[in-house]
Design a protein around this ligand. Structure first.
Ligand SMILES: [Ca+2]
Length: 337
C-alpha cells in the first residue's frame, strides 16, 4: 500500500517535471483576449477519436471554439495546475486528484466499455484465472482502470496475483514477441494489432482470454470478463476553475463531442474516420478498422461504474475516501449525468 502511494507520488512529481516545458508556451495570460480558446492536453489514443473527429471536421470551430490539442503524457497534472483546460483520461487517474481536493473534475464520459483484455500466446498454458499466479504480465500502470479491475478480480475472486510489468502498449507487444512477458493487458487498437500477428505458417500467434467472449479451459462455458461487465473507460475531465468560469464553452465543447460521437458510431470504420485515427495514432490501418467498431463513444457518465473505481482505489490504499457524486462537475448535472 505504502509503496503504491510512494510510486504515485514519484510519478506525479515526474509528470510535473516534464510538464513545464511542454506547456510553457501555451499558458494563457490572465485577461488575454481569447475567451473561446480551449487547451486540451492529450496523449494520443484512438479512444479519444471523438476529440480528433470533432477537431478535424470543424465541429468545435463551427461553435466558435478555438480548440488546441497539445500532446503530452502529463495531461492530468497540466489540468490540475491550470496550464491546460481539458484532458481525456482513464478515470482512475483523475479520481485520485479529485479525492485529494485538487482542481480537476469529471465533465463527461468518453466511451464505454473499457476494451482492455489479457492477451497471451495461443499456446499459453493458461486455462483458468489461477494459472496467471506469479506470471510476468505487461500492463500500462498500476493506476490503469483495466489493470486495477483485473487485479481486483483475481485477488478477490481467485486469490491470485500476477507480477505487473509496467509497459506502454507498443513496448508490451514487443515484450510479448520477445517472450520476456507471458501476457499483456492491452486495449484497442493494440488488441487488434496483436491478433493480426501471425507465424511463418500464417497462423495467429496471440489470443485474448477471460474477456467475456472466449473459453480458455475448453469446458464449453465462456469465461467471465475479469475486467467486469461493461466497465467504464475514459472520461473528459476539466479544470474546476475553467468549468466555473467558462460553462457555456464547456457545454459547446461537450455538444461538439456528442456530434462527433454520432458521426463515428454511424460508420466507425468509414475511410474518413480511419484516416483521422491514423493521423493521431501509429497503428496499422487494419487494426483501426477491426477495433473502431468496439469503441462505444457516449457523453453520458456511468456514475455507478466510476464510483466503483473510486472504491477500488480506496481498497488498494491509493485514496482515503470515495468522493461519490463529488467526482462529477455539478454544472453538468442534467447534461452528462
Ligand atoms: Ca470456460
Amino acid at each position: 500500500m505504502k509503496s503504491m502511494k510512494t510510486k504515485f507520488l514519484i510519478a506525479t512529481l515526474l509528470c510535473g517535471a516534464v510538464l513545464t516545458p511542454v506547456f510553457a508556451g501555451a499558458i494563457k495570460e490572465p485577461g488575454a483576449a481569447q475567451p473561446k480558446r480551449i487547451l486540451v492536453a492529450d496523449a494520443n489514443s484512438t479512444h479519444h477519436l471523438n476529440l480528433y473527429v470533432a477537431y478535424e471536421k470543424g465541429l468545435f470551430s463551427k461553435r466558435g471554439l478555438d480548440v488546441v490539442i497539445e500532446q503530452t503524457s502529463s495531461g492530468v497534472a497540466a489540468v490540475v495546475g491550470g496550464e491546460a483546460d481539458i484532458v481525456f483520461n482513464c478515470p482512475t487517474g483523475v479520481i485520485t486528484p479529485i479525492a485529494r481536493g485538487q482542481n480537476i473534475t469529471i465533465i463527461s464520459q468518453v466511451k464505454i466499455p473499457c476494451t482492455s483484455v489479457l492477451v497471451v500466446p495461443v499456446n499459453a498454458p493458461i486455462r483458468n484465472p489461477q494459472d496467471v499466479k506469479g506470471l510476468q504480465i505487461a500492463g500500462l500502470s498500476t493506476t490503469c482502470c483495466a489493470v486495477i479491475a483485473i487485479r481486483d478480480a483475481l485477488r478477490n475472486q481467485y486469490n491470485t496475483e500476477f507480477e505487473l510489468v509496467t509497459l506502454a502498449p507498443g513496448a508490451a507487444l514487443a515484450a510479448l514477441e520477445a517472450g520476456s512477458v507471458r501476457g499483456a493487458i492491452l486495449e484497442e487498437p493494440f488488441v487488434a494489432e496483436a491478433l493480426l500477428i501471425t507465424d511463418a505458417q500464417g497462423r495467429a500467434k496471440y489470443k485474448t482470454i477471460f474477456d467475456g467472449t472466449s473459453d480458455a479451459n475448453g469446458d464449453g462455458r465462456v469465461d467471465a470478463n475479469l475486467a467486469g461487465v461493461n466497465p467504464p473507460c475514459r472520461t473528459v475531465n476539466a479544470n474546476t476553475n475553467f468549468v466555473a468560469t467558462r460553462l457555456d464553452d464547456v457545454k459547446a465543447f461537450i455538444e461538439a463531442i456528442d456530434e462527433a460521437n454520432k458521426i463515428i458510431l454511424a460508420g466507425p470504420s468509414a475511410p474518413d474516420i480511419v484516416a483521422i485515427a491514423r493521423k493521431y495514432v501509429t497503428v496499422s490501418e487494419q487494426a483501426i478498422i477491426n477495433s473502431n467498431p468496439k469503441l462505444g463513444f457516449q457523453i453520458k457518465l456511468d456514475t455507478a461504474g466510476l464510483k466503483g473505481y473510486a472504491d477500488a482505489l480506496v481498497n488498494q490504499g491509493t485514496i482515503d475516501k470515495n468522493p461519490g457524486d463529488a467526482l462529477f462537475a455539478p454544472q453538468l448535472k442534467g447534461i452528462t449525468w
